[in-house]
Design a binder for this molecule. Structure first.
Ligand code: FES
Length: 80
């Protein structure tokens, strides 16, 4: 599974760094280092929303405070 996080300037200001760190620790916590690959990307052209994150081609718009919800629902849900 590939998760790509936008690190363009607008998403950076909305907390993409924090989102990457949260995802990294959630991945570690669940021992999913071999199953999930995190990548950064430049602007995805959706700056109006939250921090842009794509997973297997689907675009999500995250905030630092809903990363865990996204992880539990979409990431863990998608792996099951
Ligand atoms: S900076 Fe992230 S979509 Fe534009």
């Amino acid at each position: 599974m590939f998760i790509t996080i936008c690190v363009g300037s607008s998403c950076h200001l909305k907390g993409s760094r924090q989102i990457i760190e949260s995802l990294e620790s959630l991945i570690k916590e669940h021992h999913l280092e071999d199953d999930i690959e995190l990548n950064g990307s430049f602007c995805m052209g959706e700056c109006m929303k939250g921090v842009c994150v794509t997973m297997n081609g689907t675009l999500y718009s995250l905030k630092p405070d809903n990363v865990e919800e996204f992880f539990n629902k979409e990431v863990l849900g998608g792996l099951r």
